[in-house]
Design a protein around this ligand. Structure first.
Ligand SMILES: *[C@@H]1O[C@H](CO)[C@@H](O)[C@H](O)[C@H]1NC(C)=O
Ligand SMILES: [Zn+2]
Length: 181
């Protein structure tokens, strides 16, 4: 009889063990999914082409920034938007991403950089050829053969020329709500 009870206890603890295994497995799966979820798409305001994703945004201060503000692109992501000025006196609001889609374009420029130690070239939309921003690459690796930034480089996108898909969808939703009422 004692033996029976012990057996029952072991059965229960085995079930608890198995359930906890599954619970852990499920949790691990959830975190994996969270890592691959695309928060939002950055798209070309002119033509709607995909430029980058919100997950790839990161902050790096330019010592030449005239001003800087945190802009909330999505519920979860706030991005540093800096105002910079080119040698012609034209001002741009820029934010940074690790990767973006631009056409292949000629050599890197070393002078008048907003990020010391980095050479730059323009980033032009592959579809409509609008200026989307600039590519930056450490001076040492900014060679003629290196068409795009390496993992050590980055992209600065022009805030006014980019729109998020979430924002576009929210406009469409609003329009639909207005129509329905
Ligand atoms: C932006 O937000 C970060 C993190 O909350 C903060 O450290 C930084 O000072 C903010 N920058 C500006 C310009 O508000
Ligand atoms: Zn475009």
């Amino acid at each position: 009889m004692k033996c029976n009870q012990k057996h029952k206890f072991m059965q229960i603890s085995l079930i608890v063990f198995i359930v906890s295994l599954f619970a852990c497995g499920a949790r691990a799966e959830d975190t994996n999914e969270e890592e691959t979820v695309i928060e939002d798409f950055f798209i070309c305001r002119t033509c709607g082409n995909d430029v980058s994703v919100a997950n790839l945004a990161f902050d790096k201060y330019s010592p030449f920034a005239l001003s800087a503000t945190n802009h909330t692109f999505t519920d979860t992501r706030s991005v540093l938007v800096q105002e910079v000025e080119n040698p012609l006196g034209i001002r741009f609001h820029i934010f940074l991403v690790k990767q973006a889609s631009c056409i292949k374009i000629q050599p890197w420029t070393h002078k008048s950089t907003w990020f010391p130690g980095y050479a730059w070239k323009v980033c032009v939309c592959p579809k409509c050829h609008t200026l989307l921003g600039w590519m930056f690459e450490p001076v040492e690796s900014a060679t003629a053969e290196q068409h795009f930034p390496t993992h050590a480089g980055f992209y600065a996108l022009i805030f006014q020329n980019i729109i998020t898909e979430g924002y576009v969808n929210s406009l469409l939703m609003k329009e639909k709500v207005l129509r329905d009422n």
